[in-house]
Structures are given as C-alpha cells and as structure tokens.
Design a binder for this molecule. Structure first.
Ligand code: NAD
Length: 386
C-alpha cells in the first residue's frame, strides 16, 4: 500500500505561537485578510488582539464574527459576501472547529462558486481557495490540519461533509494558551472528539504506518491528560499535551479517515443540536463494542497503548477492558445519553432510519473495520438511547 500524506505546509506549535500570526500572513502573501471567528471570541477581545497584531504589521483586516457552532450554509454565504465585498485576499480563522470549518467553506465557495451541497462527498472541489491560516482555540477537532469541512445544510437539515486537498489550511498556529479558558464541558467534549479521531484513524481501513504513529501517540496522551484538563482546567502541562495530541489526531484522521462513530455522530448533531464531541462520546463505547470483532488486534493495541490493558492479556480481554473503560470515562466526564440530554423520545426513534441512511451516505461507515448495514446502525442508535 502506498500512502499519500497531506498536512499544512507550515505549523507553528507551542505556547505563545499566537504572536507569530502577522509574520505568517506575510509569508502567505496575504495583504488583506478576513478574520473568521465567533461572538464569544469577539467578546473576550481575542479577535481584537489578533486584528491589532495584524494591523500593527502594516496589513489591513476585518473581522467576520457571525459564525455559529456547527456552521450553516447561511453563515457561510454571509461570509462569502463579506469576503468578496471587502476585497479580501486571505483568511484567518480563530476558534474551535466551527470558525475554522466556516473559513474553509468561505474560501472554497469564493474560488469555485455554487452551493455547498454541490461539493459534498464524493464530489470534487476543483479550485484552491485563498491562503488560509487556522488558529484553533479548542483541543479539539484538528480541523486546522484536516482536508475536511462539515457544514449544516439548513434547508435539508443535514450535516454535509466536504473533503479535498484544497480545504487544507495553508498554515496553522497551535497555541495551547488559547485553550486555557475552556470550561469543563467544552474541554471534555472537544477532547473526546480528539480521542475518537485517534481511535478511528487507527482502526480505519485506510490506516497506514504514518497515521498509525500519530494516532497511537495522540490516544495515549489524550487518555492520560483529558481528565486532568477536565478537573484542573488551569493545568498548563496537561493543556499543552492535549493541544499537541489533538493536532496529531487531526493529522492522523485527515490521512486515514474517520469511521462509524463520526458517520453516526453527524446526523445526531444535525437533528438534535448535540455538540459534536458530545455526540461522538455518546456513540464511542457502543460502536467500539460493535466493531471490535472485525479488528481485534488493532482495538487491543489501542487498549494497551491507552494503558487500560496489560501487555500479557489476550486481545479479547484487552478489547473488553477498552469498551468498559470507555463507558467509565464517559461517566467520569459526565457524558449524558441522548435521553439524559433531553431529546424527545418519539422524535429520536422516529428519526432513527433517516439518521442511519444519512450516516451511510456520508461514506465514513465504509472505512469502519466492520462495515455496518442500515439495520445495524439503527440498532446502535437504539442501544445508545439510555
Ligand atoms: P465550536 O467551534 O463549535 O465552539 C463551541 C463553543 O466553544 C463556542 O461557543 C465557542 O465560542 C466556544 N469556545 C471556543 N474556544 C473557546 C475557548 N478557548 N474558551 C472558551 N470557549 C471557547 O467547537 P468545536 O468542538 O471545536 O468544533 C465543532 C465543529 O467542528 C463541528 O461543526 C464539527 O462538525 C466540526 N469538526 C470539523 C472537523 C474537520 O476536520 N473539519 C473535525 C471534527 C469536527
């Protein structure tokens, strides 16, 4: 197997890297960037600090701060208008996965025209967008290093996955200091998203030795450090390790793909507005239990790497421990079930067959070690309810 690996050409990783943004925009030949962020980061003044840094370097910039969690086609369209009307030549995204994904989609539509749904997987994206520098403030989606964007089509109530090398940011600034303000719930959800990326990249049918190394390193760190970040948010060492691991997990899944958890998680998010990492967490233990028989060795290696099983235990015993540990970790991180999240039972069950069809249409379940039928996906949604 020959693996092709794509990551952004420039990564600045480490505490204080935020201060290098203006110099990086110069390197990318941007003169008039549009900053894409959200109302919270506007309120905290972080977006203004960024704009000041850019203006002090002799560049001009504007801020588009209307992004929403789980970005929508409507917000992307508004962003494209702002980008074109302001004659911008580059993008700087600041925030969690939502602003970064929004900026990717703005750049993509500015270059290619048309509508987001025209480019959903498996459609190709012909033209590269303008230079895009991504600055994550969560640890995290890994979107700063991935060739994906996920946009909710408001008319159809569906989360659309777009994939292509042209969506890769031109540069990423990965500065853990920006994550210190994350509250416990956001820390847990975004951290479990990263853990899911690492595990799914490792068991994916498209895994390769390059992504394996990143995925194993990431899952080991995330498993160890996430509870510390959750219980002790000011722990700088743990935050730093989590940030690096989230980016590594992003590189791993961008080049090996995600699988069934993500395929099933997107419809849950689209229909019930569950934060992305939280819907992953709701599904990860049940999907692991379902999938493990098809890749016992790989799941056992996850268990040993994460330290939940001993080297001398059989693969089956290690996998049993892994599934149990994932349920226990959810309890520790106070992950609710869909029922506890407050979803109306009738609506949940009425949508199960639609969600299963949407999960399969996304293509992600086909990367799973055990490729599910629609009925099996429906069964897992039912299992996850309580
Ligand atoms: P988010 O960007 O939706 O942000 C959630 C909330 O956290 C927002 O209110 C935001 O203001 C706040 N926030 C962000 N940083 C903060 C900080 N440092 N301190 C306090 N609050 C902060 O959250 P997310 O989980 O990072 O992103 C989720 C989105 O990313 C989903 O739309 C998901 O589909 C997408 N995603 C994309 C990829 C990809 O490869 N493109 C991968 C995984 C997920």
């Amino acid at each position: 197997m020959i693996a092709e690996i794509k990551i952004p050409p420039i990564l600045k990783i480490g505490g204080g890297a935020f201060a290098t943004v203006a110099a990086l925009i110069h390197r990318l030949r941007g003169k008039r960037p549009l900053i894409v962020t959200d109302p919270f980061l506007m309120k905290t003044q972080l977006a203004e600090r960024l704009a000041t840094q850019i203006r002090d370097a002799g560049l001009s910039c504007e801020i588009f701060h209307e992004t929403v969690p789980d970005p929508t086609t409507a917000v992307v369209d508004a962003g494209v208008r702002r980008f074109v009307e302001g004659a911008h030549d580059s993008l700087v995204s600041l925030g969690g996965g939502s602003p970064i994904d929004t900026a990717k989609a703005i750049g993509m539509l500015a270059a290619n025209g048309g509508r987001i749904r025209d480019y959903r997987v498996p459609h190709e994206i012909p033209l590269a967008g303008p230079p895009h520098l991504a600055i994550p403030t969560t640890a995290g989606t890994g979107s700063e290093v991935t060739r994906f964007t996920v946009i909710t089509d408001v008319e159809r109530g569906e989360k659309l996955l777009l994939a292509g090398d042209t969506l890769l940011p031109s540069a990423a600034v990965v500065d853990y200091e920006l994550t210190l303000s994350m509250p416990a719930r956001l820390t847990a959800d975004t951290g479990t998203d990263s853990l899911t990326h690492a595990i799914e990249a490792f068991v994916s049918r498209k895994a390769n030795p390059f992504t394996d190394a990143l995925a194993l390193s990431a899952m080991k760190t995330i498993w160890r450090e996430l509870p510390t970040c959750f219980h002790d948010p000011g722990n700088v060492k743990a935050r730093e390790a989590m940030m690096l691991a989230a980016t590594q997990a992003g590189m791993a899944f961008s080049n090996a793909s995600v699988a069934l958890v993500h395929g099933m998680s997107r419809p849950l998010g689209a229909h019930f507005h569950i934060p992305h990492g939280l819907s992953n967490a709701m599904l990860l233990p049940a999907v692991t239990a379902f999938s493990a028989e098809a890749s016992l060795e790989r799941y056992a290696e996850c268990a040993r790497t994460m330290g939940v099983a001993q080297a001398q235990e059989s693969d089956q015993a290690a996998v049993d421990r892994l599934t149990r540990a994932l349920y226990e970790r959810n309890a520790e991180l106070q992950v609710p079930s869909p029922k506890q999240f407050g979803i109306v039972e009738e609506r949940y069950f009425a949508l199960i067959s639609t969600m299963a069809a949407q999960a399969l249409a996304s293509g992600s379940p086909q990367n799973n070690p055990r490729i599910p039928t629609a009925e099996e996906i429906e069964f897992i949604y039912r299992q996850a309810w309580q």
